[in-house]
Design a binder for this molecule. Structure first.
Ligand code: 13P
Length: 284
């Protein structure tokens, strides 16, 4: 099985001072683009799926497609559960071959969040599965997960230290000002807070909502301890815009192989750019 946990990938990135990109995928074509590009650039890579992506594509289909993509491209990859919340659902997906999990308890109060995460960590230990969790709460929209600005809050560095000790997680998603989906105006990241978190904790940190964040800011976040950079929206926009442009030029197009290909090509360029920004090329 070429579907691996992200534990060693992220530890290696931490030692090397780069980040592993995590790209949200939805179907055969998006998996092909990400894995082929990562393999061509010799970059470690994480393929992420939200609960609604697994519902859309089908768990067995997605696991099989990712497994074959890894095998065909000679590239071990982490197929990662992005923003999963339900214990039974996570366990079922682990039993189906997933080795990289995010349990999102960020909507809970501190103690409840710890409780929910610990339970998942305990289960995942039996399967050598890596676990990521979020402290603080990101705003914005990621598929069915919608968090209003007033419900979002930043990660407290001291609480992060306690959270990691008590849960036993492998990586921590931090809330430092990034948001899922599109930004209205210039994004602001709280780098002082990120540095303070880094001083308190020694596990890899994860930046969610990296679409739309300027390259310089992502690189600074990586220099301050971010080892995993999550990207979804920028890929979706590139893909959709190219397909829309194809239909605008060829209104009678009806062959999926023809109208999907420009979407794949546009998405491939974004994947290449993000791998370069993460500094993960040639790090295999
Ligand atoms: P974006 O859609 O803003 O890139 O966020 C992706 C993400 O954080 C997935 O967890």
């Amino acid at each position: 099985m070429y579907l691996i946990s992200n534990r060693e990938m992220l530890k290696k990135a931490q030692r090397g001072g780069y980040a592993v990109p995590a790209f949200n995928v939805h179907n055969l074509e998006t998996v092909q683009v990400v894995v082929e590009t990562a393999a061509a650039m010799a970059s470690p890579v994480i393929l992420a799926g939200t609960p609604s992506t697994f519902t859309y594509a089908g768990l067995e289909y997605l696991v099989s497609i990712c497994h074959q993509a890894a095998r065909v491209n000679h590239l071990p990859i982490a197929l990662h559960l992005d923003h999963h919340e339900e214990y039974d659902d996570i366990c079922h997906k682990v039993r189906s071959g997933i080795r990289s999990v995010m349990i999102d308890g960020s909507h809970f109060a501190f103690e409840q969040n710890i409780e929910a995460v610990r339970r998942v960590v305990k289960y995942c230990q039996n399967y050598d599965v890596s676990v990521e969790a979020e402290l603080g709460r990101l705003g914005g929209q990621e598929d069915d997960l919608v968090v209003d600005g007033q419900d979002s809050f930043y990660t407290d560095p001291m609480a992060a230290k306690e959270y990691i000790t008590r849960t036993g997680i492998d990586s921590l998603a931090v809330a430092i000002g990034s948001a899922h989906g599109l930004y209205h105006g210039e994004p602001h990241l709280d780098f002082e807070r990120l540095a303070a978190i880094k001083q308190q904790v020694d596990i890899p940190l994860v930046l969610h909502g990296a679409s739309g964040i300027p390259e310089k800011m992502v690189k600074r976040a990586i220099a301050l301890g971010v080892c995993k950079v999550n990207v979804a929206t920028d890929l979706k926009i590139a893909f959709a815009d190219a397909v829309k442009a194809h239909f605008a030029e060829h209104p009678d197009a009806n062959d999926p192989r023809k109208y999907i290909t420009p979407g794949k090509d546009a998405m491939r360029k974004v994947v290449e750019d993000k791998i370069k920004i993460c500094g993960s090329a040639a790090m295999l």
